[in-house]
Design a protein around this ligand. Sequence first.
Ligand code: NI
Length: 253
Amino acid sequence: MIFDTHAHYDSGAFNADRFETLEAVNAAGVGLILDPGCDARSSRMAIELAERYPFVYAAVGIHPEDLDKYDLDSYAEICELTRHPKCVAIGEVGLDYYWDASQKEEQKALFRRQIELAIELCKPIIVHDREAHQDSLELVRQYPEARGVFHCYSGSAEMARELLNRGWYLGFDGPITYKNARKALEVLEICPTERILIETDSPYLSPVPLRGKRNDSRNLRYVIEKIAEVKSLSPEEVESLTWENGKRLFGIE
Ligand code: NI
């Protein structure tokens, strides 16, 4: 069975066929899905999907791109949603200097606050780090008790080594199938098999040969095949080891 540890089925891209897609994906062998929220509204939707389907779990948090939606009310709602039994992580949270580098301090303050929330609740963190590797690593160093996954990992192999030593997992998505994936493949090579998670980031990041189309969890087979090739394993082995890794990190029985 496949565990898609990062898919935004709450996204507007699924408004026309959300339930049909989730049911089809599940029937096609995707046995677990983790839907991370990006603000209070999408976090609430992720929880609602988790309530509707036994195979869906949720994470709640405020994404750095949604910094402008961060206020006392939205943060209070996030805290409230963390109490739901199917909320298994804080995410997706982090830093994004690609999208907007003008509010680095505000992004860091929000990230810090949510790292502290995760530590307090003993929940793993789903980190979004885009063009903010140095500052993300710096924050991780400041909170040695924090654990989780660097989602769609895009940093260097050197940074990956440090994260792995600190107990973090790395998430691999469609981009490992792209032609220019040299750096991500280097990271995959050094990543121990027990720390690899597979993700779609649906509706985004479709793998080759579906690049540009709406992504869903069925397309993980392309990511699984690529990992199998790099790690000299069978696709079935990759499927089962990433299934176990996801359940271990997110505490799912
Ligand atoms: Ni995402």
